[in-house]
Design a protein around this ligand. Structure first.
Ligand SMILES: Cc1cc2nc3c(=O)[nH]c(=O)nc-3n(C[C@H](O)[C@H](O)[C@H](O)COP(=O)(O)O)c2cc1C
Ligand code: SF4
Length: 386
């Protein structure tokens, strides 16, 4: 069931004694805290929504003595700009979330994979790392944390491509399985979590699973940072409880003439006005890593779709045929229909191609191109073929 739109203020709350919080978890014990995380229902905030407690448990239970913790701060999804804000305003909380992960899993080393465009945050992060390393040593936790700079490729936000690039290889996704929790950085068990996910683990350490679960819905617990942009009455970053409908979101952020909301960035879904009331923002409806782009009736949905396809064609790593060729064909295809070189019915062939890409592509990039494609073609066909 949908929730009301409710603002929360947990993520940027910084007046916390992190060392005391760690001591509290240490007293509780690793297994009990993992149970607490699983009970909280926390799912990763980077987009895919894998249960965080389970991820940590798998790495914790792995007998390999060498393990790593990686914070994914690549933030490449178009329309998402919340991780840089977290690192700017609540850097210590992210870092202590990583210490918590290190303590639970037994990892001794970690990395923040920061997109190159966020280099201006590096000094601040390094100062916070130095402070953390001193304080955590006093707790008996020896965790070495470093910064690693991405080079601006969208695909390097995908966890296996990210780990490949960290190891000095081409930033290309590898087959899954094996998953990074078993075979990750330098082939060791590795926790890869989004910036906001680490913050949420500290929130759970602070308020407990019971309180945390009261926020959000059955499938989408907690609150979330939304990056709001486009034709809206207010834009920026807002922390909201999970589980509101798109209608509630539009009532708060729209400009009174909203015709569509792209939930989850270019790889997400385009929700048309007729679906606003029935669509929940969350894992039970349309999931989002945070990107919310609002479009009013002055916008051409053809231009929006063409823009997304140019992005995907550019960012496809080219490793597998369905994605490398599929992204090109979808882009050329809608242009050909627009120029009337292909009949309107060609769009149905392109829809079938998008469907094939979903099942035949090697990684999440190629698999998600069809989300925006299908939802825009199906709901705004008249804007593509007029
Ligand atoms: C093309 C692509 C780009 C991605 N970019 C990011 C990103 O910038 N940040 C992120 O946290 N996850 C990104 N992901 C998801 C990661 O692969 C991974 O699921 C995530 O970092 C796991 O963390 P979480 O469980 O805390 O969400 C991306 C996935 C794909 C397929
Ligand atoms: S789906 Fe696309 S981005 Fe992913 S491996 Fe294949 S070509 Fe590369």
């Amino acid at each position: 069931m949908a929730k009301q739109l409710i603002r929360t203020e947990l993520i940027f709350k910084e007046d916390i004694d992190y060392a005391a919080l760690l001591r509290h978890v240490m007293k509780m014990g690793k297994d009990k805290f993992i149970e607490e995380m699983i009970e909280s229902g926390l799912r990763g905030r980077g987009g895919a929504g894998f249960p965080t407690g389970l991820k940590w448990k798998i790495v914790k239970d792995d007998p390999n003595p060498v393990k790593y913790i990686v914070c994914n701060a690549d933030e490449g999804e178009p329309g998402t700009f919340k991780d840089k804000e977290i690192l700017d305003k609540a850097c210590e909380k992210v870092i202590w979330g990583m210490v918590l992960a290190a303590y639970i899993t037994g990892a001794k080393e970690g990395f923040i994979y920061l997109r190159a465009e966020y280099k201006y945050l590096a000094t601040k992060i390094r100062i916070a790392i130095d402070r953390m390393e001193n304080n955590s040593r006093n707790l008996g936790i020896h965790f070495k944390l470093s910064l690693f700079f991405g080079a601006g490729a969208y695909i390097c936000g995908e966890e296996t491509a990210l780990l490949e690039s960290m190891a000095g290889h081409r930033g290309e996704p590898t087959n899954k399985p094996p998953y990074p929790v078993n075979v990750g950085y330098l082939e060791k068990p590795t926790v890869v979590n989004n910036v906001e996910t680490f913050v949420n683990t500290m929130i759970i350490a602070e308020i407990g699973a019971e309180e945390y679960k009261k926020l959000g819905t059955h499938a989408s617990h907690g609150s979330k940072l939304f990056s709001v942009s486009g034709d809206c009455s207010k834009e920026g970053i807002f922390e909201l409880e999970m589980g509101m409908t798109v209608q509630q979101f539009v009532d708060e952020f729209g400009d009174g003439d909203t015709k569509a909301v792209q939930v989850g960035g270019a790889s997400g879904f385009c929700v048309p006005r007729k679906e606003f009331k029935n669509t929940i923002i969350g894992f039970e409806g349309v999931p989002t890593g945070g990107s919310m782009k609002v479009f009013n009736s002055s916008r051409s949905m053809y231009n929006i779709l063409e823009n997304y396809l140019i992005f995907f064609e550019d960012e496809s790593c080219g490793q597998c045929t369905p994605c490398r060729v599929g992204t090109q064909q979808l882009l050329h295809g809608i242009r050909a229909v627009k120029r009337k070189e292909k009949p309107k019915t060609y769009l149905d062939e392109l829809l079938r191609l998008a469907y094939t890409m979903k099942y035949a592509s090697k990684c999440g990039l190629g698999r998600s191109v069809g989300n925006a494609f299908r939802s825009i073609i199906e709901n705004f066909r008249e804007e593509i073929v007029y």
